[in-house]
Design a protein around this ligand. Structure first.
Ligand SMILES: Nc1ncnc2c1ncn2[C@@H]1O[C@H](COP(=O)(O)OP(=O)(O)OP(=O)(O)O)[C@@H](O)[C@H]1O
Length: 365
């Protein structure tokens, strides 16, 4: 802010120096002409010079006004840009799903393509896959491969073509409010509002404290803190704006508690890129497993392969397409496969292979 103001001020000074110099040059030239040409009387010369000096200051004033008008014009332009932003269609009565929906976390995606703007390139290309209720799917791929875009496309936050069926209903026929309130996304850094933890979990006051505490317990918050701990978090704890007085791991646990309260059958977790300590990560993973037992489908966008190596299935994306989708052990058998290549590059190959093998053995028991 100060740097921008410093630049603005310096440029203003530069404009003034130039207009002042021009004005001085103009007055001096006029004075020289009037004195040396000898054609003007003393009174005319005095009058012309005083007008010339005044005229210069008017020019300076005009330049300054034009300058300020241009700067204010930028703000007007910005307001106009906001007014012209394309709006999402309004939710209609027609798209309200039946009360029992969603009863399961079944997800079927058929030829889903997506783009960020109507004239932009496709960031997802004919993506098709199926996930059964209660499965945990890891989504991996190099940066820019379309992992986050896929999660946005599932919620129709960007322009999509193709079909997504969530618990048997095509999502393009469900109104956006209903769709988005039945799917929960836990972003990399969950947003929290300033207020108590209770207000953050239940902004509309729909649940009593016992239910809220149960959700916090299921999300794993209480297993991370002792009763005797003075700084332990309770429903009455004050949360600072944006949740800045909590760690990223604690914020993800609170977001998970919100998901549990909402009883969503589809949970999308965008794994935090900043490191979460091992204990918090283990608590989040354990809570997710408990949720899956209740039939909640969990899609995890993974930035570290460790988080998803024991998933039921792994989806590997590359340039907006699914290049591999299946059980980790099966994908790893393909020596030329993309998952195998990512594991080889990771520098932690042995433990990743052991994790996948361990889970493969468990699921086949
Ligand atoms: N807001 C946006 N507007 C236009 N294009 C975007 C936008 N966000 C992402 N993209 C493009 O979409 C493509 C996929 O990006 P996306 O963020 O989904 O990848 P990603 O796999 O999640 O990457 P990362 O691991 O870095 O988060 C990229 O080519 C990217 O440039």
């Amino acid at each position: 802010m100060s740097r921008a103001f410093y630049n603005l001020n310096s440029e203003n000074r530069w404009v003034f120096i130039r207009t002042d110099s021009l004005a001085a040059l103009f007055s001096a030239s006029l004075g020289a002409y009037l004195v040396y040409s000898g054609s003007a009387t003393a009174s005319d010369t005095g009058f012309s010079l005083s007008m010339a000096v005044g005229f210069s200051s008017y020019i300076l004033y005009a330049v300054r006004m034009f300058n300020e008008f241009e700067v204010s014009g930028n703000s007007l332009e910005r307001i106009q840009q906001y007014m012209e932003i394309e709006q999402e269609e309004k939710p209609t009565e027609n798209g309200v799903p039946p009360a029992y929906w969603p009863a399961s976390g079944d997800l079927k995606v058929e030829k889903l393509s997506a783009r960020y703007s109507s004239d932009g390139p496709r960031v997802l290309e004919n993506v098709s896959f199926e996930v059964k209720s209660g499965e945990r799917v890891g989504i991996v791929g190099r940066t820019g491969s379309g992992k986050s875009s896929l999660t946005l496309a599932l919620l129709r936050c960007i322009l999509t073509e193709g079909r997504v069926y969530y618990d048997g209903l095509p999502t393009d026929q469900i109104n956006l409010d209903a769709l988005r309130s039945s799917v929960t996304i836990i972003p990399q850094v969950p947003e929290l509002l300033s207020g108590t933890l209770r207000q953050n979990l239940d902004p509309f006051g729909q649940y009593d404290d016992a239910v809220l505490n149960d959700a916090l317990r299921s999300a794993g918050l209480f297993s991370l803190q002792n009763d005797s701990d003075e700084s332990r978090i309770t429903l009455d704890s004050q949360i600072a704006s944006g949740g800045s007085n909590l760690s990223v791991g604690q914020r993800q646990i609170l977001a998970l508690a919100r998901a549990i309260l909402r009883q969503s059958k589809l949970l999308i977790l965008d794994e935090a890129t900043s490191a979460i300590d091992y204990a918090t990560d283990a608590v989040i993973q354990a809570s997710l497993r408990r949720e899956m037992v209740r039939g909640v489908t969990v899609l995890t966008v993974a930035h570290r392969l460790q988080t998803v190596m024991d998933a039921d299935k792994i989806m590997v994306l590359d340039a907006g397409r699914i290049v591999e989708f299946g059980k980790p052990t099966e994908l790893l058998e393909n020596k030329n496969g993309m998952l195998r290549a990512l594991v080889e590059e990771s520098g932690d190959k042995a433990s990743l292979l052991a994790m996948a093998a361990g889970h493969g053995a468990q699921s086949s028991v």
